[in-house]
Design a protein around this ligand. Sequence first.
Ligand code: HDE
Length: 753
Amino acid sequence: MDVSKPAKAVRDVVGTAAEKVADALTPDVPGAPGSAPPTVEEPTTPREPLPPKAEQGAPETRTPTGAPTGAPTTANGQQGAFLTTAQGARLRDTDHSLKAGPRGPVLLQDHHLREKITHFDHERIPERVVHARGAGAHGVFEAYGTAGGVTKAGFLAKGRTTDVFVRFSTVLGSRGSADTVRDTRGFATKFYTDEGTFDLVANNMPVFFIQDAIKFPDIIHAGKPHPDREIPQAQSAHDTFWDFVSLHTEAQHHTMWNMSDRGIPRSYRMMEGFGVHTFRLVNAAGETALVKFHWKPKLGVHSLTWEEAQLLGGVDPDFHRRDLYDAIEAGAFPEWELGLQVFPDTPEETFAGIDLLDPTKIVPEELAPVQPVGKLTLNRTPTNFFAETEQVAFHVGHLPPGIDVTNDPLLQGRLFSYVDTQLTRLGGPNFSQIPINRPHAPVNDMLRDGFHQQAVHAGVAPYRPNSLDGGNPFPAGDDDGAFVDVPVQVTQAPKVRANPVSFDDHYSQARLFWLSMSPVEKEHIVRAYTFELGKCYHQAIRERQLQCLANIDPVLCAEVATGLGLPAPEPTVPLADAAPSPALSQVGGQWPADGRTVGIVVDPRAGLDDVDEVRRAVFAAGMVPLLIAPHGGRVGDLPVQRTFATGRSVEFDVLLLAGAPAPAPDASPARDAKAGAADSATVDPRVLLLVDECWRHAKAIGAWGAGVDVLGQAWVAGTPGVVAGGSGAEVFAAVQRLLAAHRVWERFPASVA
Ligand code: HDE
């Protein structure tokens, strides 16, 4: 019988490297599951549970009321070598129901069967109504001590370190939706301070769609899938979203951020974070200041290209989650600086004419610099996604002494919403006793009973005042670190459903953002609006949004109108006289490349000496090399991570070509549609596709040796950001320099100034 080409290739690999197969699977890049390599045979000798993976962290083992237990974090995990019931009785068999004879029926008395099925039936909890799709990690925050002048919060005192858990998220999609959709990202941080937990529940954009929380259900209903067909998932490119934001023009500033590259981050590690609202800080002397919180990523702010984001939605819907966890596992710990913009606490609550209570406005950093107050490092992945990332419960009202809220009407509504939603999502009022939510400060709250109560409260008097429990708990005074409700003066005014007049300006800062963009970023904004509005069915909605764009900028409006085939309207309001804020642009700098991914195409027939050296150089530079070869297993002594069939350019930040591999045995459209018309090619067409995609996504490409021929065949030789010749190490060094700018922007000159 004829052996097909791909089957033969597999046999060849297995045949030539049979003795190495188990070894070939040994992980040397991040991402392999399990803390020990599995054996081919099923293990049958009883042993204790394996330890967690080296990079995994878990909530500290505190009691439900915040006391340290000293137990290892594995104490919260499964115990013992043997399978048991939930009551700890050892079980002999979990594969067969208890039956009246081998042919049944099944007996109702089978407790193990019923327990197993019943528990499984209840494994799901309601997903978050927004921010359902997310990924969390453990870390530590170290304070610089520079905030002492404005706040008495102890965790910001010099040198103080505080454990944190951070959850990143998208807003609109369901739990199983793709990571790379165009959307705002959540950036929620739980600081386990010894004065009580502080939750900084932030986003990667500094403004919001609405000025008043009462409209939150409206914007979310408009952004979620249409209620009749439940499509589209995790998208803003649809009629109801644009219907709302074009009628409700205070959303235009946030919408502009979403249409910019900020809406499609390259990585959670490469996002800024913003507390959005203005908060009020109080220092040890009782003086107050108004502040905005900022997270600044060490790696800079970077984005995907739109086509990458779309391809990743199919090729790797877990792209951001994988990137975060792989980076931590590789030791490339993500870092951010926490910074404050500080404003005087005046009765008007404005700064440079900007209303600090309006969450659709920023204060440009050029007017109020961001002052660093500490550093966040994420250094542990979760041990259990559900226990940690899914059950973590944030709340904007979780504040330590020294930080207080303002009257921002959006913030005020959030103060209600977050507990309310956890009651349903986490099944009752005791969610703060779930391990990931347990405070690292002593808890004595007089809250009692309720579903899933885990504390065993002693005493008889959970009320105040009491004498039966010796008066405990006592109110804390100023010297005991009590929380400070700042006694802000409330202005005498009639009770109204109305906004301050300053909230009526809906366009000036959208224009400020547009004018602050570099030409290439403007191109991306034009194409995002054109794509999204092009996906709407109704012309009336497109026309209405074009009118909003006309009120922001005539060039932007005209470019989008051209793409939609509609006339560009005239503005209906005078164009704002906005000064650009260069800090808003993400291009033009040089940044570290920690944890970036380097794809290396190899040809097993060619020499691999250079490849090994380059691979080591990539590791040494704190990046992750992925070898891409015609087949899996090994090439020479080197492990293959991707084949031409499984690899896709969107997984890599840069591409290196160490060879010009001939079409592999599976380079046939019948086996891999990407192979296209393989017959006439001398290089595997999937390699040419890798080059083509990397090129159009403005990624640096390097080639040496036979790899240089591939550049010619792909028609990219000699173009910007394509490095050829020299040794592998020299090529990698040149590509590394290009990567510092994130992309080779000059490859595509912009048409919008
Ligand atoms: Fe949220 N938001 N939000 N939000 N939000 C939630 O709380 C809400 C807003 C943000 O990883 C929910 O536990 C209202 C602004 C993040 O667990 C819910 C309003 C900002 C997360 C809720 C806002 C955020 C949430 C859903 C308008 C940036 C994910 C599940 C007043 C500063 C937290 C949950 C996580 C989650 C309500 C507006 C950030 C329903 C009513 C502005 C990062 O309570």
